[in-house]
Design a protein around this ligand. Structure first.
Ligand SMILES: O=C[C@H](O)COP(=O)(O)O
Length: 260
């Protein structure tokens, strides 16, 4: 069976109520086929609730982060239980900006991910190497280490609640997109690792999406790669280009399904 493609829009700390409302109206009106591509948008925490109410069926809303504990004296944090309480089913965890700027370790990201699954929240689990690591030929070592940290704390069954987002840090917000071949090669490394570390079935079923300067222009070639199951879009998700990325994913799904 062909994996359903997945397109995420990570708004990061951008936008305000008026601009994001207008944007979601544009997404709502776009004629996209949610059967071939799952669409999830991740606004800043403050706008989760209004945008969840606004987004049409087929467009889900994700938080960009969450705390691993259910409640307590953690000023400024939001718990996974609170996300669940307002009806959210998705969270982004381990984004490189959380890993680097907020010093989240592989273990903490894995712990948060396990807690999310336990709470009934699915996870866009982000991994990826820095430029220095790529140039030092450490890409495989880094992405397998980050994935292994997760494999240690979740069960085989839990993987159905995970979408892995491979985001080379050097390609994020830089306009420097990985070539489709570079991205495909690393996606294959990740999938092969999951097959070896978890099971062939989990490797075959898990969506691995690419993030890093994805736009309406480059998304098609990326999504057509055999091991790329969609995209996590940052900057371009704040524009109608996001709809073009979704269309690329739909087209890629049709193409991949026809080849089976
Ligand atoms: O989560 C999204 C990624 O950080 C990619 O961001 P970008 O598309 O602006 O490079």
């Amino acid at each position: 069976m062909t994996r359903k493609l997945f397109v995420g829009g990570n708004f990061k700390m951008n936008g305000d109520l008026a601009t994001l409302t207008k944007l979601v109206h544009q997404f709502n009106e776009a004629d996209v086929d949610v059967e071939s591509a799952e669409v999830v948008i991740a606004p800043p925490a403050l706008y989760l609730l209004p945008l969840k109410e606004l987004a049409r069926k087929g467009i889900s809303v994700a938080a960009q982060n969450a705390h691993q504990l259910p409640a307590g004296a953690y000023t400024g944090e939001i718990s996974l239980q609170q996300l669940k309480d307002i009806g959210l089913n998705w969270v982004i965890l381990g984004h490189s900006e959380r890993r680097t700027i907020f010093h989240e370790s592989d273990e903490l990201v894995a712990e948060k991910t396990a807690a999310a699954i336990k709470t009934g929240v699915s996870v866009i689990f982000c991994i990826g190497e820095t430029l220095e690591e790529r140039e030092g030929n450490k890409t495989e070592e880094v992405v397998t280490r980050q994935t292994d940290a997760l494999a240690k704390v979740i069960s085989e069954e839990d993987w159905k609640h995970i979408v892995v987002a491979y985001e080379p840090v050097w390609a994020i917000g830089t306009g420097k997109v990985a070539t489709p071949q570079q991205a495909q090669d690393t996606h294959k490394v990740i999938r092969d690792f999951i097959a070896k570390r978890v099971s062939q079935k989990v490797a075959d079923d898990t969506r691995i999406i690419y993030g890093g300067s994805v736009s309406g222009k480059n998304s098609k070639e990326l999504c057509f790669q055999p091991d790329i199951d969609g995209a996590l879009v940052g900057g371009a998700s704040l524009t109608p280009q996001f709809i073009d990325v979704i269309r690329s994913a739909e087209e890629a799904f049709g193409h991949k399904a026809a080849r089976l």
